[in-house]
Design a binder for this molecule. Structure first.
Ligand code: PMP
Ligand code: GLN
Length: 393
């Protein structure tokens, strides 16, 4: 306290250390297997790492790159959107490179919200959404994805989404494929979101960082639906797709006025970042389709390896259609408190996981849900499953 008031401003009060940092520190401290924070234990393709080394050696990006991103990367992003999704973007005015998706989300909230604006986000929500909405002075309005115990998936209730819109709603912050539940919104669901956004004149910010990690169904950008191009800020990132989460190269694609608004905020957050890595990711986006297919099929196999193991260990397991996370329920162990469970897990069996309960406003909705990641070597996944088997005894 100074001057009789807390140091941390009230918008950030209650936002302590992120659960990912807390749980990764716990893994290091206890020497546990870390199936918590979502980062691969194998780096991405050698040729892409070498492309970054080359850029460093050749002096490309060692000084401030251009504010919107290096032209090579902006063009590669525009080409990727066209080739994959048929979306056309002018690399000069409709693409913005950011310090990971995290900065893109922050810049979008700071740029597009006025204090008091409501933002609808799917709950459980990725933790930075709550903080960024708060920093921008907005109000978070969660719409809860509900577990369907028959299909073992989480479903969006479109009626609930529609009912959450009020005259104060400014935007919907949509994450598909969805962290932590692995939900991939279907074409019908996305069409309904698009209709709602158009009817109520809402902006939509889409977090598509897991766009290439879809095992069942397909990823369809919301921006490709009628009427959505002019009201959607699409966000993605190289971290998950190319297994270089430490490089922090992300991007925004949107109409020129929306990119211009987000860029205005972004330039005062980091100005620019990751110079040499931008050149390397420009090459990564041009990798042949076989890279994306092999990556996906390898992860699908890992999903099944971990999912089967968790089920055998006694967890109730929800089936992710995308991302590299599996949400489970610990009720079969007679336990209810995911946070307490995750704090005790290293001691009990040397494994770290993430309690989904911290991603909910509704304290009951996710109380007993625990998330495990499967972006780890097969041996690590097998060993983790072996250790978790001891829980039931
Ligand atoms: N959104 C979601 C849903 C995530 O899971 C993550 C973590 N990769 C991010 C955004 C942040 O991405 P980046 O590391 O590119 O900032
Ligand atoms: N996206 C990663 C996850 O969900 C974590 C990223 C972070 O630590 N901020 O596990």
């Amino acid at each position: 306290m100074t001057q009789g008031r807390p140091l941390l401003n009230r918008r950030l009060a209650g936002f302590g250390t992120t659960i990912f940092a807390e749980m990764s520190a716990l893994a290091v401290r206890t020497g546990s297997l870390n199936l918590g924070q979502g980062f691969p234990d194998t780096d991405g393709p050698d040729e892409i790492r070498e492309a970054a080394v080359r850029a460093l050696r050749d002096g490309r990006g060692n000084q401030y790159p251009p504010g919107p991103g290096v032209p090579e990367l902006r063009t590669a992003i525009a080409d990727h959107q066209l080739r994959r999704y048929g979306l056309t973007h002018d690399p000069d005015t409709e693409v913005l490179v950011t310090a990971g998706a995290t900065e893109a989300i922050a810049a979008a909230m700071l740029a597009l919200l006025e204090p008091g604006d409501e933002v609808i986000a799917l709950e459980p929500y990725y933790d930075s959404y709550a903080a960024c909405i708060a920093m921008a002075g907005g109000t978070r309005v969660p719409v809860t994805l509900r577990p369907d115990r028959d299909t073992k998936t989480f479903r969006l209730d479109l009626g609930e989404l529609r009912a959450a819109v009020t005259p104060r709603t400014r935007l919907i912050l949509l994450n598909t494929p969805h962290n932590p539940t692995g939900t991939v919104l279907t074409r019908e669901e996305l069409a309904a979101v698009a209709t709602l956004a158009c009817e109520r004149d809402l902006l939509v910010v889409t977090d598509e960082v897991y766009e290439h990690l879809v095992f069942e169904g397909e990823h369809i950008p919301l921006a490709s639906f009628p009427g959505m191009r002019e009201r959607t800020v699409s966000i993605s990132s190289a971290g998950k797709t190319f297994s270089f989460t430490g490089w922090k190269v992300g991007w925004v694609t949107a109409s020129a006025p929306l990119v211009s608004a987000v860029r205005t905020a972004k330039q005062y957050l980091t100005y620019v970042s990751a110079g040499p890595f931008q050149y390397a990711i420009a090459e990564a986006l041009r990798l042949p389709d076989s890279y994306f297919e092999n990556f996906r099929s390898d992860l699908r196999r890992k999903r099944d390896l971990l999912g089967d193991g968790l089920r055998a260990a006694g967890f109730e397991v929800y089936r992710p259609r995308g991302t590299y996370f599996i949400t489970t329920d610990i009720t079969p162990f007679g336990e209810k408190d995911a946070y307490a469970f995750c704090r005790a897990l290293p001691e009990r069996c040397g494994v770290v996981a993430i309690p989904n309960s911290v991603f909910y406003d509704d304290p009951d909705a996710g109380r007993s849900q625990v998330r495990f990641t499967f972006c780890k070597k097969d041996d690590v996944l097998r060993e983790a499953v072996d250790r978790l088997r001891g829980l039931a005894s």
